[in-house]
Design a protein around this ligand. Structure first.
Ligand SMILES: C[S@@+](CC[C@H](N)C(=O)[O-])C[C@H]1O[C@@H](n2cnc3c(N)ncnc32)[C@H](O)[C@@H]1O
Length: 440
């Protein structure tokens, strides 16, 4: 069965025609703003040709001939994240559906898991919404190379509530039974929504492939249900249009899990609902401007136990550093000469952890060097402000001459009130600590 026949096996002819026609057109580029770094109106003033998304806050579409945001310092410094508007619907629903928002806002110390997280789009956009405020997240992916990209993306945004991990959770799910209050499962799939970008993917698509992905999706979803806390939610999404990877996966799994119910998502004429599972939504490129996505949210019945935090009050050899940075409230650990902070909300010993939270910096024989991640976590109130020329030199990796009435030492530097990283001020010179891979 080819792609078109597969669609025709469950969708009306006119819908299939619409999907295939829309896939011939140019794709739309979009981004989400980190409003902790820049206000929406300031961004629009800088880039007046961007267009506001019709209903998702702080999301803009743009023409690549006007702006090349992917190569810009704004991306490198986590001011923007480039993401397709269909992908954004996952975080949009997680942060606007009333049942979820009421739940997340009424609980403390929520623990989230993004099972297939890399490079981080769904999670990053959720963390940029205010609904995520009570969460600590584990962002996991099986593919190590992609995990490193995920790690960089989390660092740039400056999140302090994300633990990066690299595991096949299916194999260790029994360590985490009834643990996570929200699980994002953006499952690997045959990727119909990618066919516009990638003709090769369309050629290589086969029903065998679809069914192979279906079996992975069923296993991952079954693990997710096991690891989901009572009262918690799973968002299941794919960028496939085949019902085998979407409705069939959900309908099959709920048969054997009477404690799982499907949340009826808000209606919108841009969403397509199939009669076999009308609570879930499809985004098709002819109805909603984006590449396409299937989204279904599941809920586990039962009552969540309040989580108690194990705060460590132990004093450390670097207490004075945390005090100087006004970070004494953080729960920190020194691991291989690197200071990390997290809420100690989960026992990490059963996971292959790549980064256990906010990286504060290295501490070696009493010498502290703050990290790029920390510069992006902190706001720019006490940063050294660079003018346009100094900003360009900083991005280039140069030392900058600047006489300031400051003690020698480390400071964050900012441009337009956006932190770029650290500098070491030494007798009228700003030494450059901008990461080598980002210099241009
Ligand atoms: C659709 S992509 C995820 C995109 C990501 N959620 C985002 O929004 O940027 C699917 C991901 O699943 C990962 N993956 C595949 N099998 C996995 C498994 N068994 N456990 C964890 N991750 C897996 C792949 O490496 C890939 O990064």
């Amino acid at each position: 069965m080819n792609f078109e026949e597969n669609l025709l096996s469950y969708l009306p002819k006119d819908v299939v025609k619409g999907i295939l026609g829309a896939q011939q057109k140019e794709r739309v580029n979009s981004l989400i703003l980190n409003t902790r770094k820049i206000k929406s109106e300031d961004f629009v003033a800088l880039f007046p040709k961007v267009k506001k998304h019709p209903f998702i806050n702080n999301v803009f579409t743009y023409d690549k001939n006007d702006y090349q945001f992917g190569k810009s310092w704004l991306f490198d410094n986590g001011v923007i994240y480039l993401i397709d508007t269909s992908s954004l619907l996952v975080s949009y629903l997680l942060s606007t559906e009333k049942q979820l928002v009421d739940y997340f806002e009424s609980k403390k110390h929520l623990l989230g898991l993004d099972m297939c997280s890399a490079p981080g789009g769904k999670l990053i956009s959720f963390l940029l919404s205010s609904t995520s405020i009570n969460f600590e997240f584990i962002a996991n992916d099986l593919n190590f190379k992609r995990v490193i990209e995920l790690e960089k993306n989390v660092e740039r945004q400056g999140f302090d509530n994300v633990i990066i991990a690299n595991n096949d959770l299916e194999k260790i799910d029994s360590n985490f039974e009834n643990t996570f209050d929200l699980i994002i499962l953006d499952a690997p799939c045959s990727g119909s929504a990618m066919f516009r970008k990638n003709e090769q993917a369309l050629k290589e698509r086969s029903m065998n492939k679809v069914l192979k992905f279906q079996s992975i999706q069923k296993r991952l979803l079954s693990s997710a249900i096991k690891m989901l806390n009572k009262g918690g939610f799973i968002s299941y999404s794919t960028c496939s249009f085949s019902k085998e990877e979407n409705e069939d996966v959900i309908l099959d799994i709920i048969k054997s899990h009477p404690d799982i119910e499907v949340i009826d998502l808000s209606n919108n004429k841009q969403f397509y609902r199939h009669s076999s599972l009308p609570q879930a939504i499809h985004l098709f490129p002819n109805l909603y401007q984006g590449e396409g996505q299937f989204i279904c949210i599941l809920h586990k019945k039962g009552v969540r136990q309040e989580r108690q935090l194990k705060k460590s009050n132990k004093s450390t050899q670097y207490d004075n550093i945390l005090k100087e940075l006004n970070l004494s409230f953080l729960n920190t650990k020194l691991i291989n000469e690197e200071i990390f902070a997290n809420n100690n909300i989960i026992d990490l010993s059963k996971l292959n952890v790549i980064k256990p939270g906010l990286d504060i910096g290295t501490y070696n024989k009493g010498i502290f060097t703050p990290s790029f991640h920390l510069a992006h976590f902190l706001d720019s109130t006490s940063s050294i402000k660079l003018n346009e020329e100094e900003f360009k030199s900083y991005l280039h990796g140069d030392q900058i001459k600047k006489e300031l009435n400051l003690k020698n030492g480390f400071y964050t530097v900012s441009y337009l009130d956006i932190n770029l990283g650290y500098t070491k001020y030494v007798n009228g010179q700003l030494k450059n600590f901008y990461p080598k891979g980002l210099r241009h």
